[in-house]
Design a protein around this ligand. Structure first.
Ligand code: PEP
Ligand code: MN
Length: 640
């Protein structure tokens, strides 16, 4: 059952509710959501729910209808993000795990690890215990193989995932690995599930060869009830009458599982198809269907592989697949999980502002807008789902928060693919010379009609949103609900909050899906924007003293700078000539009036830096040919 707690419950009251439930023999899990905190109570015990409902601090008690409880979406509404080392799996992230079917030798795993890492994989796979159909096939290197895998994971900074086949190996494996894999053949090996679950470690749970989705989720329940919350499901094809492929990839399992469970689901296109050439198209289909990643087999010399050579990708094929995945992600509102961003301790410490209520030593990122805004989505894309955010009403407040140390970073929009430049941030960057651009990111802007759960759009009379969002959804509003009045609001996510607080079911808002989730409202219509190619680009800003540390070790592919020019013929041309001569590919040129100097302008440039040039020299040249040159920052290209 789900025990929903009152907002003002005291710690003593909560402890009392939990101990009462445990006293009845339940396993109790506390789940803190955006809007409320619940206790999940599962087990074979029975108690009259009214007894629990009467305890102080309890708001209500709701039964869980599904046989799997801890794994069910009924218990936990938000997506679970499973952390394996510094890699996050789940939600809108796409995490790629790659490596050979089996660890065959030290040199083999080292060589493949390097290749998959270079191409963009963030986790390394490789079997040391191979559950083979034939007892005469290669069975894996056992503990020796785990040592090699661990060494490769450490050398290339990738957490490792590997299959466990026996409860007797669990203790031994813990010292080497980051994530257990339960193979398809062992999905219902309940003793193994219990032994692995008890470790509390992350687990990748493959779907059994002929398991229904419910049986699969029940296997996850075994893991969770034994002690781990960190379960990632993996669709790897099921047995059907079709023999053209090794198994039949059940892509529809992805949206089904996402509806039924909060656990992340990824796909394994290698074992699903058994054929190398089918792996890339199936990978893309899994991701397009909503999978939070893939586990894929790659081998340097598949012809000589000890197992599963015919389905293993060549490294070049894997590189191509990674590029395709990277191109697909923004289209479907996902982010490719990349080298996890480590926030240096020095930056965290530098931001401790004693006058601020925020705790020190935490990464705090400021953005403009209300909670659930598109800027928050961009923030979580660039950093992490669980980064601490500071929602600021105005752009000025967000800039001040970064400058004063209330926030370590800011994620600020600078242009929209349809609407063009966002001017306020450009003007503020100019006045905040203590800030640097240290990164960029983009998101696809998908607008939704959001209202109270169960509302029929025929009953909606007024729609609130930011004027730009209303304009971008004009066709939908005119076609589907011409009777409704569109009312401008200062912020999209704020409009959802306004509708919710207002309580009137005849009003709705247009905003991004995180705003609906944050406010517990319903998406009545999805993707209502006229033009689906609607992207917004953001700068990631930090204070100058933190910039070097943050970009250390990252690629310096792009630069942003500003300058003014003297009032003479060809002044701008002179600067552009330098860019041309040095081979800088200009991505954007924007001009803004200089306050107090009518008809004079500051130019803002974003450009790709060729690897071959000395960019410091180029900056000096531009500075000499212009007035007031300032390098805003050099950073990794975040745009395709
Ligand atoms: C594997 O991933 O190595 C494997 C054996 O997969 P499955 O259990 O899905 O067959
Ligand atoms: Mn295999």
């Amino acid at each position: 059952m789900i025990v929903i707690l009152k907002n003002g419950i005291t710690k003593e009251e909560k402890d009392k509710v939990a101990s009462t439930l445990k006293g009845y023999g339940f396993i109790v899990k506390e789940i803190v959501g955006e809007n409320d905190t619940v206790l999940g109570a599962v087990g074979s015990s029975h108690v009259d729910p009214r007894i629990i409902e009467l305890l102080p601090g309890v708001s209500s008690v709701v039964p869980i209808s599904k046989p799997y409880k801890l794994a069910s979406r009924e218990l936990k509404k938000d997506d679970t993000i499973v952390k394996v080392g510094r890699v996050s799996i789940g939600g809108n992230r796409v995490c790629v795990m790659a490596g050979p079917c089996a660890v065959e030798s030290y040199d083999q795993i080292m060589a493949i690890a390097e290749k998959v890492r270079e191409a963009g994989a963030v986790m390394l796979r490789g079997g040391a215990f191979k559950p083979r159909t034939s007892p005469y096939s290669f069975q894996g290197l056992g503990e020796e193989g785990l040592k090699y895998l661990q060494a490769a994971g450490k050398a290339f900074d990738m957490p490792i995932v590997t299959e466990v086949v026996s409860p007797l190996d669990v203790e031994m494996m813990i010292q080497y690995i980051d994530m257990f894999q339960i193979g398809a053949r062992n999905m219902q090996n309940f003793e193994l599930l219990k032994a692995v679950g008890k470790t509390g470690m992350p687990v990748l749970l493959k779907r059994g060869m002929s398991a229904t989705i419910e049986e699969w989720l029940m296997a996850a329940e075994y893991l969770m009830s034994s002690g781990t919350d960190k379960v990632v499901l993996c669709e790897r094809g099921i047995r059907t009458y079709e023999r053209a492929t090794r198994n039949t990839l059940d892509v529809s399992a992805v949206p089904v599982v996402r509806k039924l469970s909060h656990l992340p689901i990824i796909g394994d296109p290698s074992h699903a198809t058994g054929i190398r050439d089918m792996v890339s198209p199936m990978s893309l289909s899994l991701i397009a269907a909503g999978a939070s990643g893939i586990e894929v087999e790659v081998h340097n010399n598949p012809e000589k592989a000890c197992s599963d050579g015919p389905q293993s990708l060549y490294p070049q094929q894997f590189e191509k697949l990674m590029r395709d995945i990277e191109a697909l992600c923004p289209v479907i509102g996902k982010t490719l999980e990349k080298t996890p961003r480590i926030i240096p301790e020095s930056i965290k410490e530098a931001s401790v502002d004693l006058s601020s209520p925020l705790e020190g030593r935490e990464t705090v990122v400021a953005f403009q807008g209300e909670r659930g805004a598109f800027s928050e989505l961009a923030t979580r894309r660039f950093f992490n789902e669980d980064v601490k955010v500071l929602a600021c009403h105005f752009f000025k407040d967000a800039f001040d928060a970064i400058a004063s140390g209330k926030a370590n970073f800011g994620v600020i929009p600078v242009e929209n693919a349809l609407g063009g430049a966002v001017y306020d941030p450009l003007d503020l960057i100019k006045t905040h010379s203590e800030l640097k651009v240290v990164g960029e990111t983009e998101i696809r802007v998908v607008h939704n009609l959001i209202g109270f759960p169960g509302t029929d759009i025929k009953d909606i009379k007024k729609v609130y949103s930011h004027p730009q969002a209303i304009a971008q959804c004009k066709e939908f509003l005119e076609r589907e609900m011409p009777w409704a009045e569109a009312i401008p609001f200062f912020d999209t996510a704020g409009a959802v909050g306004f509708v919710k607080n207002n309580g009137d079911k005849s009003i709705a808002a247009i905003a991004g899906s995180p705003a609906a989730l944050y406010h517990g409202m319903e998406i009545l219509r999805q993707g209502i924007e006229t033009n689906p190619s609607n992207y917004t680009r953001f700068y990631v800003l930090t204070r100058e003293e933190n910039a070097e540390e943050f970009i250390k070790g990252r690629k310096k592919e792009k630069a942003s700078f500003l300058f003014n020019v003297s009032d003479e013929p060809g002044a701008l041309m002179k600067v552009l000539e330098i860019l041309y001569q040095r081979g800088l590919n200009m991505q954007k040129l924007e001009s803004r009036p200089i306050p107090g100097k009518p008809w004079e302008y500051t130019f803002y440039v974003d450009a790709l830096i060729p690897a071959s040039i000395d960019f410091d020299e180029t900056c000096k040249e531009i500075a000499a040919s212009s007035v007031g040159f300032r390098l805003l920052g050099v950073y990794e290209n975040g745009i395709l």
